[in-house]
Design a protein around this ligand. Structure first.
Ligand SMILES: [Zn+2]
Length: 61
């Protein structure tokens, strides 16, 4: 199963950032540094709002 990417909106500063759905390390917001996702051993746990799911191999539209 291919990993997906998620467009996540930081709840603290509203920065939107793409996060790998199976991130193996904590992903911090590039702007304010808050934790956006943390690894769980499988799919990362996204701690903020997911704006959009981006399938890595899906064609645009
Ligand atoms: Zn932020």
């Amino acid at each position: 199963m291919a990993g997906n990417f998620y467009l996540v909106r930081c709840g603290d500063c509203e920065n939107e950032q793409v996060v790998f759905g199976k991130a193996s390390t904590e992903v911090a917001c590039a702007v304010c540094g808050t934790t956006l996702a943390r690894p769980t051993g499988g799919n990362a746990e996204i701690e903020h709002e997911i704006v959009e799911t981006v399938e890595s191999r899906a064609p645009t539209q």
